[in-house]
Design a protein around this ligand. Sequence first.
Ligand SMILES: [Zn+2]
Length: 287
Amino acid sequence: MKKYNKIFLITLNILLGGSLSYAQQQEVKPIRLSQISDGLYELLDGRGSNGGVFIGDNGVLVIDAKMDKESVDQTIEEIKKVTDKSIKYLVNTHSDGDHTNGNQYFPEDVTIISHENCRKEFFVPKRDGSPSDWEKPEMASFVPEITFRDQMDVYLGSKKVELWYFGVGHTTGDAVVYFPSEKTAFIGDQLFEGRPQLIHSYKGGNSFEHVKTLTKMLETLDVEKYYSGHSAIATRQDVIDHISQIQKQQQTIKALIEQNKGLDEIKSEFDENEARLVESIYNEIND
Ligand SMILES: [Zn+2]
């Protein structure tokens, strides 16, 4: 049944092609803020990943930038509905376009912050080898201008936001934005639920490091609610389950390699949508 559904959907996709993607474009829901606690919101819908908004004493910090002007304009409008304070900081949790393309549509006086490796990844050539759009001189002021290595505190008056780095994983520069009193963390794309974890090997991401990085995060921070780019709110147990699921996949792939199976043969043992992750793990083991 599952297989049948998949074939049906693929066929439907081929048949409808452009019109389906047009329909999807039309379905973008307007940006909205969902309140987590006093001054802290999840930033949802629009185009691009989920993010966050924190209202401090003297300004606002936004987590992740959406990916087009309309979504950024709507974000700014929604923030105006809950505070008259201006946006001071924008944190990019990592370098992917659905978290950073909107940087250029925020006011120029907003300070953009990221992990130092995230900033470096802005300049990684595209998959086809052509130079990154962020190399263009007019984009220079929208690349993160303050970077951190292990940990950094950002104060908005008396209110503190903690930025943490636990290592390579989804990319090489994934930041965790931690709100200790709320026991809440925004972790970007370090957790996918209901679909396989994305590991950007071409940027230096690594699934074995991802496991170590998330384990270190669990050991270091006291968090009850994890907010991420593309999943529902996750608990500590969800993160633990995510880690063990990836470890299980790694062990399975390792065993198949030991049986001298090739990549295509190994891929066929997994669900079709797991192919990218399987390939990453395969290459990491063979490296
Ligand atoms: Zn994303």
